[in-house]
Design a protein around this ligand. Sequence first.
Ligand SMILES: Cc1cc2nc3c(=O)[nH]c(=O)nc-3n(C[C@H](O)[C@H](O)[C@H](O)COP(=O)(O)O)c2cc1C
Length: 366
Amino acid sequence: MTTNINLFTPVQLGPYTLANRMVMAPMTRLRAIDSIPNPLMATYYAQRATAGLIVTECTMVSPLSLGYINCPGIYSAEQIAGWRLVTDAVHEKGGKIFLQLWHSGRISHPSLLSGELPVAPSAIAAPGELHTPLGKVAMETPRALESHEIPEIVAQFHKAAENALAVGFDGVELHGAFGYLIDQFLQDCTNQRTDEYGGSIENRARFMLEVVEAVASVWGENRVGIKLSPSNTYYGMGDSNPQETFGYAIDALNRFELAYLHLMEPNAVDLANRHVMNPVTPYFRRIDKGTLITNGDYDHPKGNNVLALGDADLVSFGKLFLANPDLPKRFELDVSLNVPDPKTFYGSGDKGYTDYPFLAVQSTGS
Ligand SMILES: Cc1cc2nc3c(=O)[nH]c(=O)nc-3n(C[C@H](O)[C@H](O)[C@H](O)COP(=O)(O)O)c2cc1C
């Protein structure tokens, strides 16, 4: 059965009525020099304020959660003050913005962490290399967290959520995708613990649920979202039974009345790497009882189609919003799009960041 819903049908998301169903997906851009948000970032996000909702780039909850140079944080006074520029600028343009809270876990390196080893559920190194102050280096074997350290990390998420509330965000999204710490706990390829945070799927989902509970105690459940990527193979991720693992995790999230679940479909690399669930969204739609945002290679017709089929409630766009600050307007008028330039995705100042052109202003002829 199809519905009349499309990307421009207003929607209720938690306490907010959004003007459209187009979400700007979280995107790391590495413009936060020394991890402090700045006026350039405020301009970038404000340019994209016609999205129904903006989700920011992933943001560190503590110094040990750093995965990349010039990723922003939300634990120091300078970082908090920097984010105020962003929330004010977006609100001035009438936009809504959620902060993506993040701990990178094993995706880091001692040279980013003042010499300390990255932490993870288990001492298993991620394959591949990382950009660090030493150049591109192989990722080292992380240190497995002691059981008593895990509540400290949950507390860091709680504190970061408090800081996000104080600085004027409209909500927060937990980064549970892409092989970072929450995902590392969930999937069995990275979690071989024998305590109450490992082994059974109930145990592997415990960290995620404790973080959700901590953050929801600050924000209320309906202003917290979470992003999951059941078919992502990035950083060597994969679970022996993703249907069961993510099915359990998503069913457990139904205990909370969250603002949304944000699900990422596999991309071309995931599909080429190995056999993964594809598509993800319709399968988990049957389990999720709340608002669902789907993501992954959507364009205007595909976005309208997934909404009309009722497989999702909103659609997030990453690269298209990166290159088109006025993406909703362009979809509405059905005009051509700017093409994203991967060379400037990460850390090149304003080039490829705030200089993608808007549509020329049309003369009204009056
Ligand atoms: C430059 C870039 C940075 C990204 N950084 C993040 C991030 O910080 N957090 C996150 O959850 N996903 C991140 N992603 C993934 C996007 O949110 C999205 O899932 C992905 O781009 C697929 O959507 P798209 O096909 O519409 O671009 C990033 C993607 C890009 C292109």
